[in-house]
Ligand binder design. Structure first.
Ligand code: ADP
Ligand code: MG
Length: 681
């Protein structure tokens, strides 16, 4: 039996106990073992200490200069120190709890030491030592996450044996012609290079192969899903009334931007087609997505369908409702708002009307996805700020119609890399143009001590009739502290502006009706300064607000700061955003710097991705991103692009579905469940 699916206990030396340890690590079969990749490689290449930064790991060849000294520190604890000559440097090497090394460290002899370099103290904190020059030692040694169950060395022995005995049975999933085209190493060579790299180049080639394989697999799943969906999912054919839609567009208070016109066309074309729309609409803050949503909802209504628009907060839902009611008034479109605070009786009447088809467009928060919300003929669903909703919530709303067309809107500019991975199976429309006449928001980064002058500048704006936001950070650990913090700032500012201007307070803990009242007062200009937590982050639109001060701005991620900043600069006036921040980390400083340098959400998003990595970008839980073993979305984006093109092309060919060459990839697809209709979203 040399099957890769054989249990690991087929290997010499793996008894019941070891098999148990391995199973706890998720390793049952030989192939599980082979596909357990090291999380890093220990680098044993010789380094020059003068070139090595503080705290980095080094391996050096050196000569023992003096007798080692051992200090006993209590039970089984000891500290051994030895002075060595490394190149022209006299440095110390320290080992903990290895006093038995004393005899072996003979003055005058040459040793090779690996450890962490403490540059300030000129000490290597040794982790391993080889007695003699670095000759027979390998350059790289993999380090696996074994959670302390099995020693690394023994694990490598099993790995060696598995590769030697079962390697010949490995099937290469990547077709030969692609391996040749991209100069990829074979699966066997790849595993050899991952587990037993001869040198850096060897490890790198191996990594390259598996990164491509992972990304190709991932893209194949997405593209297969997309193809199946397009072919099998019959959506509604919305025969909208073009003349009416045109008339509606004419009635708007402004001319649409070129980008808005383009995306309206893309969406309406999808509405008319028989397959179900699954589209992402991206557009930076303030690019005018709401009106696009309204036009397309109207199109659906003229085609005889109902539409739904789901927003993540009540304020935003209300604002959308207000806008749409005003725009649709002359067109006889019946718009209703459903939120958590809709009164019981009102709610009952509303649901009745919805079921009878007496409501054309329902706007709301996640109140829309409650089970008793039943539409008569839901044909088109839009979710605003889609990243705020979980996967499940989006699915429930979609299932309320019979395969309704679905549009996801997002103002979080999603870097291209992530868009084609997380949302790869969607079509993407992009509003990449701002309405004319917008002025760039001026952003400044200032220290806490400068708050006084910031407030003076703010007051100048108020004197000119404008309004301002003061944003306090959400304190993740505690809602209560969060509110307290906001209340404090509110009190300070209320005192500061005393009888001259009205200061309002808004935070997540206020009852919905109070939130609404505060927001309305701000929007009507009765409140001039709104102190708020991030609840105003998404969507809120008060064009007269031109000044924003963000307290403790270093607590926010770039994407979020950009969202917040998008609350100003929405009208004809010059706007300002002041970040009060004292970041301790370089990363934090870089974030503040980036904010002052650009207003371009996409550039900031790329930067955010670079600084924080893809998982953090969406928040880990709902990222929808698979866990890759070696591929890395930030650095392998070119490979990702290649893999996407290859997958898209491959799936359209007959050969892919029949030829032997593609068997491995087909099997992977089958195992993933995609072909059986399982889906990611
Ligand atoms: P977002 O894309 O962030 O949701 P909104 O839809 O809230 O942006 O639009 C931002 C502001 O721009 C609103 O005040 C809206 O009325 C205005 N707006 C939208 N489209 C245009 C346009 N074509 N010309 C001028 N102003 C526009
Ligand atoms: Mg919006």
């Amino acid at each position: 039996m040399t099957e890769l699916s054989s249990p690991v206990s087929e290997l010499k030396g793996i008894g019941k106990e070891t098999a148990g340890h391995l199973e706890a690590l998720g390793i049952k079969s030989i192939s599980d073992l082979l596909w357990t990749f090291p999380h890093r490689h220990e680098d044993f290449r010789l380094k020059d200490l003068t070139q090595t930064p503080h705290n980095e790991r080094v391996t050096v060849e050196c000569k023992v200069e003096r007798e080692p000294t051992v200090l006993f520190l209590g039970r089984n604890k000891s500290r051994l120190q030895v002075t060595v000559l490394a190149g022209r440097h006299l440095v110390k090497v320290v080992f903990f709890n290895q006093n038995y090394l004393k005899q072996k460290l003979v003055p005058g002899s040459t040793i090779t030491v690996t450890g962490k370099w403490d540059r300030g103290r000129q000490v290597i904190n040794g982790t391993s030592v080889n007695f003699g020059p670095k000759t027979d030692q390998v350059d790289f040694e993999p380090v696996y996450s074994l959670k302390g169950t099995i020693p690394q060395k023994r694990f490598r022995k099993y790995m060696r044996q598995a590769l030697d005995e079962f390697g010949a049975n490995l099937q290469d999933a990547i077709p030969m012609h692609l391996q040749t085209d991209y100069k990829l190493v074979s699966v066997l060579e790849g595993l050899e290079g991952i587990h037993f790299p001869k040198d850096a180049g060897h490890a790198k080639q191996a990594r390259r192969r598996f990164a491509y394989e992972e990304l190709l697999n991932f893209q194949l799943r997405i593209q297969a899903l997309r193809k199946i969906r397009k072919e099998s999912e019959q959506g509604n054919v919305v025969q909208f009334d073009l003349a009416k839609v045109r008339e509606f567009i004419e009635s708007l208070p402004y001319e649409l931007t070129g980008a808005q016109k383009r995306v309206v066309n893309e969406i309406c074309k999808d509405l008319k087609e028989p397959h179900r729309m699954n589209r992402l609409l991206q557009g930076d803050v303030g690019s005018g997505k709401t009106v696009v949503a309204a036009i397309c909802l109207y199109a659906a209504v003229t085609g005889g369908f109902q539409g739904a628009l789901m927003a993540p907060t009540e304020i935003l839902a209300e604002q959308h409702a207000e806008n749409l009611i005003e725009w649709f008034e002359p067109f006889g479109v019946r718009v209703a708002l459903l939120s958590g605070s809709t009164k019981t009786k009102e709610r009952r009447l509303l649901l009745e009307a919805l079921g009878n088809g007496d409501i054309d467009i329902l706007i709301g928060t996640h109140a829309l996805i409650q089970p008793d919300v039943v539409f008569k003929r839901l044909g088109f669903v839009i979710t605003d700020e889609q990243h705020r909703f979980g996967v499940e919530q989006r699915r429930i709303l979609r299932d309320k119609g019979e395969n309704p067309d679905v549009l996801f809107m997002t103002a979080t500019p999603i870097p291209r890399t992530l868009a084609i991975t997380a949302f790869g199976e969607m079509d993407v429309s992009m509003i990449d143009e701002m309405p004319a006449g917008r002025k760039e928001i001026e952003t400044h980064w200032m220290k806490k001590e400068q708050l006084g002058s910031v407030l003076s500048k703010l007051e100048l704006e108020l004197a000119a009739g404008r309004q301002a936001y003061a944003i306090c950070p959400l304190i993740e650990e505690s809602d209560k502290l969060d509110v307290q913090n906001a209340v404090e700032i509110y009190e300070q500012l209320a005192l500061h502006f005393n009888n001259r201007y009205n200061v309002g307070l808004m935070h997540g803990r206020l009852p919905a009706n109070e939130k609404d009242a505060v927001m309305r007062a701000f929007s009507d200009g009765e409140i001039q300064v709104l102190v708020s937590t991030t609840v105003v982050e998404v969507g809120v639109n008060v064009p007269n607000a031109t000044f924003m001060v963000v307290y403790d701005a270093e607590r926010f991620g770039l994407a979020q700061l950009h969202q917040l900043r998008g609350r100003v600069g929405r009208g004809e006036y010059q706007s300002y955003c002041v970040l009060i921040a004292d970041p301790k980390s370089d990363e934090g400083k870089e974030r503040m710097q980036s904010m002052t340098e650009t207003n371009d959400g996409f550039r900031l998003a790329e930067k955010d991705l670079e600084l924080r990595g893809p998982g953090d970008f969406f928040g880990r839980k709902q990222s929808g991103l698979p866990d890759f073993k070696v591929a890395d979305l930030v650095h392998d984006y070119r490979t990702l692009d290649t893999a996407r093109k290859d997958a898209t092309a491959m799936i359209e060919t007959e050969a892919f579905w029949h030829d032997e060459e593609y068997k491995g990839l087909r099997e992977m697809l089958e195992a993933s469940g995609v072909l059986q209709g399982d889906r990611f979203d």
